[in-house]
Design a protein around this ligand. Structure first.
Ligand code: GAL
Length: 948
């Protein structure tokens, strides 16, 4: 048995303690190291000696994930282990990275104790300093410290680290992400002054009734704490001090007080947030109030660097979350870089800190030998919990400790929970995998349907099969969260507004966390230099889970996808309702008073502003509704008239500059005056087809030109390039053949209109759609009424129902009046506002890492497609259409595997749809809600065309 196949978590480490940076000397060992990759455990350790010549080795930055630097390759599996399940054994072929750093100890480095700290090594790190072995560690996303005072030398020192990709601990680290070995977090030398502070535990409670804060700092040596702003000076640690009139910390009001914990030898700065987490009456509360989690699951990943995320990227990403009104983060599925938690304290997020634990790969093996229920692994489990809690305990942002993810259930979870409760009774315990809630304090689920959340909200959920009356009653009395919901893979998720409605309706349902924040695509380039992102299977993995790794609200480069824009609209802090000139503002914050805002309103006719103004509302307390009445002097008009009211902040919020939008509402003030079409002119038969006003048709009744503009089609279209969330439908769609329908011409007749009848159906089945296109010309407008009648027994919803046409690629300037500016689908359209928008065709595409249907503009009243000279086409819905323009067909989009597979054609493909099927969350969760399913049913819709 090889030495990496030990059940125990490590050897030689110091006891875990809080992460902090004191005034004691510290030396970062991050930088350029020497590196050598081999494929076996147990190779010669000669490289650990100071005199070893590593000049032939590669250079590698530390921190790093070595496969991102050309040494080996990333590999992706979701659930399954990429090695035989035979714990604690791992493959003989075990990528092994030898790392070496020669460094100078500063001349003034004090004698005595010094600690060598690693913040993250994946998965097994064995360490030597100046040839002396210090120990080894596992627990990749957890810190480890070694005492090195006796080994460190003045001047030149040699640090050698041997990292094995696979170890017994790999069985505990089966999170859904790339397998990426390396020393991927900071390496630091920390001097430990004699009489210095070892561990610090800041306990800062808030009494929401009196407004008093109680501070008690625990240290392992006698010390004092001072918080000048609160008049606390040299207060002994270990003793409580209560201060009146403290401002409590919340995610909305992240008030921190700077303090310092000191001994004669060392000063440790601490940032204190006073807050108290409780579960009372079955509700999770902070500072006495129910909170609503509007959260995301956050992994640590960078498209170029792997598990290393530069601190400026982390800050930018947390700011992006705040600006999209995200108020909670689950650190799925391991503790993050410690700096991220400091930022969460500062910017304000509710955090579930999750332990580095997942054994999901046992599930396909019937959970046989699952470490969670095996005493051989107890130390490894409790060690992980301990290292997380000790490291992170001083962050007010953390409100729940999570035992890990998808590890089945076993007594080791109970032992982790027991340990955490004893050490820190101030935070409830979370673990989704404990379905009966034996060991946890909150009921957590992933991907529960709307229906089930509704039942849970009513305390009417099904009893867990293993639960007796007592356990059942206990769970039924717990607060409920969805630790994962809304699967943001590709286009989607849909149905978020309906979830939010449930979270707001039922006190018990306290929100949740979208799966997930980020697409973990690996940035790559084609030989001709075009950027794209790789996913599972793109590195030749033997087993992989494809593009299941790209399922975030932001793209790998952290640009927002439409899913994030939609989520932001759904969870916007101010719910704005426009009713005539009255605008209601519901403040959905749990704590923050709505103040320093103004309501900007605009009245538009057909999307053109005709009046505007600004009103300053009175302050609105959290949870309350305020109102303003607008003084609108409206000119007369005949267009479709909308009033839009936008609540914007008038001050810098710390996370967004003044002018940030906190909520938008719209209401239609007037319908457009009806358009009277001129009397029709009848079609005339021509040698090779038909003429109808400005339109020319071929003999089969297919439109070929309009006012001289070449047009092909339109004809009925039911196919969309399946989105990831179409998983519940896609197989049935393909089996039926919706991606390969035939159009059989029945006849072309004239009866004052040009009437074309077809039957649209896939081969091999007797189901189909009878379609009648009725064309008439009215002056320069051509009107098309399409009637669709399903034939046979339709058992699947339709992806879309509408028309597809092709126009020259020169008419690629698009303007529309309808929903926008971004894409929207029936169950994801809260972010779409009625207005007039313009964009080029390229900007209308959403570059999902795995190509799929995208870019639909919803409720479009009319759209124009114009060339550079202003010539082209106008399309009117009667009343509205769903509208898509792209440089490739849906079939090409369907066939593409990466964005760079899509090659622009000479024509634009335009979809003018009566409707699309919803998005749902079916890539991992519930399918489309019934009200957003598109069923084959008798349908008539109308579209008008005009050459411009
Ligand atoms: C959950 C899991 C996540 C992720 C997600 C699907 O079951 O906790 O890690 O795999 O499903 O994307």
């Amino acid at each position: 048995m090889s030495y990496v196949e030990e059940f125990q978590p490590g050897v030689g480490a110091l006891p875990p303690r809080a992460a902090y940076r004191s005034d004691a000397p510290a030396l970062s060992l991050n930088g350029t190291w020497r590196f050598r990759l081999t494929d076996r455990v147990g190779g010669d350790t000669g490289f650990t000696a100071a005199e070893y010549d590593d000049s032939g080795w590669a250079e590698l930055p530390v921190p790093s994930s070595w496969p991102m630097h050309g040494h080996g390759k990333p590999a992706y599996t979701n659930v399954v282990y990429p090695f035989p399940v035979d714990p604690p054994h791992v493959p003989t072929e075990n990528p092994t990275g030898d790392h070496r750093l020669v460094f100078e100890l500063p001349a003034d480095w004090p004698a005595g104790s010094t600690v060598l700290r690693f913040d993250g090594v994946e998965s097994y790190g064995r360490v030597w300093l100046n040839g002396t072995e210090l120990g080894w560690s596992t627990g990749s996303r957890l810190p480890v410290e070694y005492e090195v005072g006796g080994v460190l030398r003045p001047g030149r020192n040699t640090l050698a680290v041997r990292v094995h990709q696979w170890s017994a601990a790999s069985y505990l680290e089966d999170q859904d992400m790339w397998w990426l070995p390396g020393i991927f977090r900071d390496v630091t030398l920390l001097h430990r002054p004699a009489g210095g502070v070892g561990d610090v535990f800041v306990r800062a409670d808030f009494d929401h009734v009196t407004g008093a804060g109680t501070l008690r700092v625990e240290t392992d040596v006698p010390a004092t704490v001072s918080v000048p702003e609160l008049g606390i000076t040299d207060h002994p640690t270990g003793e409580s001090v209560t201060v009146d009139g403290v401002v409590g910390w919340t995610a909305e009001t992240p008030r921190l007080y700077d303090g310092v914990v000191a001994t004669a030898a060392e000063r440790v700065p601490v940032r204190i947030g006073f807050r108290t987490v409780t579960i009372a009456d079955g509700v999770l509360k902070v500072n006495g109030r129910r909170i609503l989690l509007r959260g995301v699951n956050r992994h640590e990943f960078h498209p170029d660097l792997g598990r290393v995320v530069p601190s400026e990227v982390v800050r930018a990403e947390l700011l992006l979350m705040k600006r999209h009104h995200v108020n909670a983060i689950r650190t799925s599925h391991y503790p993050p870089h410690p700096e991220m938690l400091a930022l969460a304290d500062e910017l304000g997020f509710w955090v579930i800190d999750e332990c580095d634990l997942e054994t999901h790969g046992f599930e396909p093996n019937g959970w046989r030998r699952n470490p969670s229920d095996d005493p051989q692994w107890t130390d490894a489990y409790t060690d992980r919990m301990r290292r997380m809690v000790e490291r992170d305990k001083n962050h007010p942002s953390i409100i729940l400790w999570s035992l890990g993810n998808e590890s089945g259930i076993g007594f080791n979870h109970g032992l982790m929970a027991d340990w955490a409760r004893k050490r820190d009774g101030s935070r409830p315990i979370h673990y989704e995998g404990d379905h009966a809630c034996r060991y946890v304090d909150v009921y957590s689920r992933m991907y529960a349907s709307h229906e089930e959340v509704d039942a849970i909200g009513r305390h009417a959920e099904e009893r867990h099969p293993d639960a007796d009356d007592e356990l059942d009653a206990r769970r039924r009395g717990m607060p409920f969260i969805q630790c994962e919901y809304g699967h943001a893979m590709g286009n989607g998720p849909g149905g978020l507004a309906e979830y939010q409605e449930l979270f707001e309706r039922y006190e018990r349902c306290q929100g949740g966390f979208i799966w997930e924040w980020l697409d973990h695509g690996v940035r790559s380039h084609t030989p001709d230099g075009r950027e794209y992102f790789r996913y599972g299977g793109d590195f030749g993995e033997e087993l992989h889970d494809g593009n299941f790794i790209v399922d975030g609200l932001v793209f790998p480069d952290r640009t927002p996808s439409p899913g994030l824009t939609e989520f932001a609209a759904v969870i916007a802090p101010v719910r704005v309702t426009v009713d005539g000139a009255r605008v209601q503002l519901r403040n959905t914050y749990d704590f923050a008073v709505l103040t320093d805002v103004e309501v900007r309103w605009e009245l538009t006719d057909d999307g053109v502003p005709v009046a505007a103004g600004t009103v300053v509302p009175q302050a609105v307390p959290a949870g309350a509704t305020g109102e303003v009445t607008l003084d609108v002097a409206a000119p007369s008009g005949t267009g479709e008239r909308w009033l839009t009211a936008t609540v914007v902040s008038t001050v810098d919020l710390g996370w967004a500059p003044a002018g940030h939008v906190l909520g938008v509402g719209q209401a239609r003030w007037a319908e457009a005056a009806p358009v009277a079409l001129p009397a029709p002119t009848p079609p005339t038969a021509e040698a090779d087809g038909y003429a109808l006003g400005p339109a020319r048709f071929d003999a089969e009744g297919v439109l070929r030109s309009l006012g001289g503009l070449a047009v092909t089609g339109p004809r009925l279209d039911v196919w969309r390039a399946p989105i990831d969330n179409d998983k519940p439908y896609e197989a049935a769609w393909r089996a039926l053949g919706l991606h390969r329908v035939h159009h059989r011409l029945v006849d072309v007749t004239t009866d004052g209109d040009l009437v074309v009848r077809t039957r649209v159906a896939p081969a091999a089945t007797d189901v189909g759609l009878a379609v009648t296109y009725r064309w008439s010309a009215h002056g320069d407008t051509v009107r098309l009424v399409v009637s669709v009648t399903p034939e046979g027994e339709w058992t699947v919803p339709l992806p879309r129902l509408g028309l597809r046409l092709a126009v020259p690629s020169t008419v690629d300037n698009v303007t529309w009046f309808g929903g926008g500016p971004g894409e929207a689908y029936p169950d994801s359209r809260r972010a779409a506002l009625v207005g007039r928008y313009s964009a080029g065709v390229d900007a209308l595409q959403t570059p999902y890492v795995f190509p799929q249907e995208n870019g639909n503009r919803t409720a479009v009243r009319w759209a124009t497609l114009l060339d550079a000279d202003g010539h082209g086409l106008r399309i009117d819905g009667a009343p509205t259409v769903e509208f898509t323009v792209r440089r490739w067909t849906s079939e090409e989009l369907d066939a593409a595997r990466h964005t760079t597979d899509l090659v622009p054609e000479e024509v634009l493909h335009v979809n003018v749809d009566h409707a699309q099927h919803g998005l749902g969350s079916g890539s991992c969760g519930p399918a489309v809600l019934p009200q957003y399913e598109l069923h084959a049913a008798p349908t008539t819709f109308e579209v008008r065309f005009r050459a411009l």
